[in-house]
Design a protein around this ligand. Structure first.
Ligand SMILES: Cc1cc2nc3c(=O)[nH]c(=O)nc-3n(C[C@H](O)[C@H](O)[C@H](O)COP(=O)(O)O)c2cc1C
Length: 342
């Protein structure tokens, strides 16, 4: 029996299988107001129809200037809540669970004038020069994460993922190369992330797991290695993170330490976090061959497998994977006639 398609329970989150839709920015908020529209509704609901156990809504920003572009989703106002609730309810109807990745782009904000960052260091010399946040502004940003988390709970999300990867603001703070501050947020690189975790945990239900995505290694020359990421992640775990989602890079143009991008290239990172932190881990990165995804779970490298581009190509990836693994995932009632054996 395939393991990928077996249920998974952690705290109050019970998934019907171990397949996660990876968060993927759609840059589709045409009204530039951060509110999800028909595109987002169809995009997420169809992956729930397609059998994914957990859908992670794309990077959703806690402040208008925390967007990568003005077309990003946002959660900086109560006016955002009803449109998310509509998606959450539709996804639940299909028996899937849904989380939202909350974030701030920091110096990677393309439309912010200027973008903000821990320090006035641009991504490259051709990018906008960011303005360093004052200590008070850093504290205000922590509050914005808390407010966004409250709204996510109100919208009915089953879990929240903090985006601490890919060179966005939380990552920028725990990166020795990017955070050159002289205040307490520069002395303790994990402090910003730890404060966000405390703030978010204080407003979400006690039994709701808090996820965090982290880059296991940086790709830029002189970037941090996995030992640094493990040290930071241990602090995040102590602060209350319940599950880690292991990605890599994204902070700046890659240098010599960029890993080759073959199938499963980030799985060894996921395994290392699983071994050293002893909390559930999500693996991601070119895992769209169902046999490979099954091997990741079967070998105990990770607890869940996230699929990104594979699900952009095929919203029914999960059902198709289960068929290939010889399993019997239930399709939506309306589609059963296409699967005569079921
Ligand atoms: C179109 C697109 C948008 C993405 N946006 C996000 C995002 O919002 N947040 C995030 O953490 N990763 C984002 N990613 C990275 C994916 O979540 C995933 O980690 C990556 O695509 C590798 O998985 P895959 O090989 O299954 O696609 C994005 C990837 C793609 C292709």
């Amino acid at each position: 029996m395939a393991q990928l398609t077996q249920p998974f329970t952690f705290k109050n989150l019970t998934l019907k299988n171990k397949i996660v839709m990876a968060p993927m920015c759609q840059y589709s908020v045409d009204a530039k107001d951060g509110i999800p529209n028909d595109w987002h509704f169809v995009h997420y609901t169809s992956r729930a129809v397609g059998g994914a156990g957990l859908i992670l809504v794309e990077m959703t920003d806690v402040d208008p200037d925390g967007r990568i572009t003005d077309y990003d989703l946002g959660l900086w106002s109560d006016e955002h809540i009803p449109a998310y609730k509509k998606i959450v309810d539709a996804v639940h109807k299909q028996g899937a669970k849904i989380g939202i990745q909350i974030a701030h782009a920091g110096r990677k904000g393309e439309d912010a004038n200027p973008p903000v960052a821990p320090s006035a260091i641009p991504v490259t010399k051709d990018d906008k020069m960011p303005r360093a946040l004052t200590t008070e502004e850093v504290q205000k940003t922590v509050q914005q994460f808390q407010d966004a988390a409250k709204r996510a709970v109100k919208a009915g999300f089953d879990t929240i993922e903090l985006h601490g990867a890919h060179g966005y603001l939380i990552h920028q703070f725990h990166s020795p190369g990017i955070n050159q501050r002289e205040d307490k947020y520069g002395q303790e690189l994990s402090l910003f992330g730890v404060q966000i975790i405390h703030a978010v945990k204080a407003v979400i239900p006690e039994d709701m797991p808090l996820l965090m995505r982290i880059s296991a290694v940086e790709y830029m020359d002189g970037g941090y290695d996995i030992d640094h990421a493990l040290e930071i992640a241990k602090k995040y775990q102590a602060a209350g993170v319940d599950m880690l989602h292991i990605s890599s890079g994204g902070e700046a143009p890659p240098g010599k330490q960029k890993p080759a991008t073959h199938p499963g290239y980030q799985v060894p990172f996921a395994r290392r976090f699983k071994e050293e932190l002893d909390i559930p881990v999500i693996a991601v990165g070119i895992l769209e061959d169902p046999l490979l995804a099954e091997a990741v779970i079967g070998n105990g490298d990770a607890d869940l497998v996230a699929i990104g581009r594979g699900m952009l190509k095929d919203p029914y990836w999960a059902i198709r994977a289960s068929e290939q693994l010889g399993d019997t995932m239930e399709p939506a009632r309306q589609y059963k006639r296409a699967y005569p054996k079921k």
